[in-house]
Design a binder for this molecule. Structure first.
Ligand SMILES: Nc1ncnc2c1ncn2[C@@H]1O[C@H](COP(=O)(O)OP(=O)(O)OP(=O)(O)O)[C@@H](O)[C@H]1O
Ligand SMILES: [Mg+2]
Length: 365
């Protein structure tokens, strides 16, 4: 390899970082002839850094998080510090507001006035971001478009506390990284999973601590919910009901999932009860949205480590009256064909990291 190509390669590589409540996930990609090429990826369980089992959610002090970050960077053999970082949904406040029909350049001012009503702390303490929600993708005429806009404009407002961003920034810097941006994980997921214009879909992100539900219309976020039950709750329920350690329960869950057969009837039952609860909540959110906006949610995209459970997709298919899709964000990247099977399976865990990396890559062009 010539010096120039090595230099070139290094300069165009970026990382996407997702610090979840139970694991850090990262991907490194670079640009090649207009395509994003996968260079390396990695995942590291955080539980053990806080004296807990793999798969458990944990709130780590900053120095432990830095240690974990350094470990995953080393283990994944990353070669760049240039990154995009996703922030947990729980760190943000998301609201949808309708403002009067004003020109684009006045939207910012109106949003900061209106946002005061919804944000419980002084605006000087938060990072405020907004985006105007596109009405419909097409109108019969310019007249109709103008008429629709007269009714007001729907705006998505996102606030994140400055203290939270500062904490993240200091962890990133201590880990030796240079974040180009921070964004709430929702937006990373949307980027990795949907192409603009695919109608209305629900992203179902089952993590360790919670399950996050986002309704997306034409690529824009329209609604979000958090169900405070995640894959960790299945493990804890199994450990309790079967009187086994949390570590044993975790490996039983991962090894057999819903496919243990008659020998593992109890396992199947406990998992099913927990998933039924989450599916019920998701169905309610979906139906409420459909009713409110008179729109059909045409598919559910399953993402997050929890959906990798064996038999999960089959159960989802009978629990929802909607097309079910298992997230496959690696298809957005060029990667060795020999690993395609592996990637189509582990995709859900890397959705957020891939989405963050894709944004960073588009920014450095
Ligand atoms: N093969 C598998 N079968 C069942 N569960 C799995 C499997 N692989 C991972 N999980 C579960 O997925 C969870 C981790 O998923 P993920 O990495 O998306 O969570 P997270 O991002 O850390 O959590 P959160 O989004 O709630 O903060 C763990 O609870 C783990 O037990
Ligand atoms: Mg997550």
């Amino acid at each position: 390899m010539s010096f120039f190509s090595r230099f070139f390669k290094k300069e165009t590589s970026v990382l996407g970082i997702d610090i979840g409540s139970s694991a850090i996930k990262l991907v490194q990609i670079r640009k090649k002839r207009g395509r994003a090429v996968l260079q390396t990826y990695g995942e590291l369980a955080l539980g053990p850094y806080g004296g807990l089992e793999i798969g458990r959610s944990v709130a780590l002090p900053p120095e432990k998080l830095v240690e974990a970050l350094k470990d995953i960077l080393r283990e994944s053999k990353t070669t760049t510090v240039n990154c995009g970082t996703a922030l947990p949904l729980s760190a943000s406040l998301i609201t949808f507001i309708t403002i009067p029909p004003v020109p684009d350049k006045q939207v910012g001012d109106i949003v900061s006035i209106e946002a005061r009503k919804y944000i419980p702390v002084p605006l000087s303490e938060v990072l405020l971001d907004y985006s105007i929600i596109p009405k419909e993708e097409s109108y019969a005429s310019e007249d109709e478009k103008a008429k629709a806009e007269k009714l007001g404009r729907d705006v998505l407002v996102v606030a994140i506390h400055n203290d939270f961003i500062n904490q993240y920034q200091s962890v990133m810097m201590s880990g030796g990284l240079q974040p180009g941006f921070y964004e709430i994980e929702i937006f990373s997921s949307i980027r990795a999973l949907t192409d603009q214009g695919v109608g209305t879909s629900m992203i179902f992100d089952m993590g360790s601590r919670s399950t996050k539900l986002y309704i997306i219309e034409h690529g824009a976020l329209r609604s979000s919910h958090i169900v405070s039950k995640g894959s960790q709750d299945i493990t804890l329920a199994l450990s309790k009901a079967l009187s086994i350690t949390v570590a044993e329960a975790e490996s039983m869950k991962r090894n057999y999932g819903l496919k243990g057969g008659p020998e593992y009837k109890e396992l199947t039952e406990i998992i099913t009860v927990n998933l039924d609860y989450i599916f019920y909540e998701a169905n309610s959110a979906l139906l409420a949205y459909q009713k409110k906006y008179a729109k059909n949610v045409s598919r559910i995209i399953l993402t997050g480590g929890g959906v990798q459970l064996k038999g999960f997709t089959d159960l989802a298919k009978i629990s929802f009256q909607t097309e079910i899709k298992y997230a496959d964000p690696f298809t957005r990247l060029e990667a060795p064909a020999i690993l395609a099977d592996e990637f189509s399976h582990i995709g859900p865990e890397f959705t957020v990291a891939i989405g963050a990396a894709l944004r960073r890559l588009s920014e450095i062009e």
